[in-house]
Design a protein around this ligand. Structure first.
Ligand SMILES: [Zn+2]
Length: 128
């Protein structure tokens, strides 16, 4: 895997725990006091509107929920996905190590991490 297609992202106080875990290959999602799980970049629970957030570790297993293939002039195709984690939350990320002809909704995926030059480690998905 290369991180060449990933834009560097910098941490802030709200995302520090996420990136610390990502550096260890662990994916964190947000959890509200009622136990609803949702994507790490969302700061209000979409089900109960709570803003009291904690982190919960996800398994790293997911399935492909939706995808698009970006065709860039003179460069390789770039598959971008919405993945559904086994725990429920949907997260947008890049797909790697898969040919675009093999993409289909429901494809089992595994989450991995790569750090773009000058940025924090970010999740991406490969076929499981
Ligand atoms: Zn909630």
């Amino acid at each position: 895997m290369s991180a060449e297609n990933m834009l560097p992202v910098q941490r802030d106080d709200a995302s520090a725990a996420f990136f610390d875990a990502a550096a260890e290959g662990r994916l964190l999602v947000h959890q509200c006091p009622q136990g609803h799980l949702f994507a790490p970049q969302i700061s209000t629970c979409p089900r109960c509107q709570s803003t009291e957030l904690s982190w919960s570790e996800a398994s790293g297993r997911a399935t492909l929920a939706s995808y698009a293939v970006i065709n860039r002039r003179g460069q390789s195709e770039l598959p971008v996905a919405i993945v559904e984690l086994d725990e429920g939350p949907w997260i947008r990320m890049q797909l790697q190590d898969v040919s675009t002809g093999d993409l289909k909704v429901g494809l089992p995926l595994q989450i991995r991490f790569a750090a773009p030059e000058g940025g924090e480690p970010l999740p991406y998905a490969v076929p499981a």
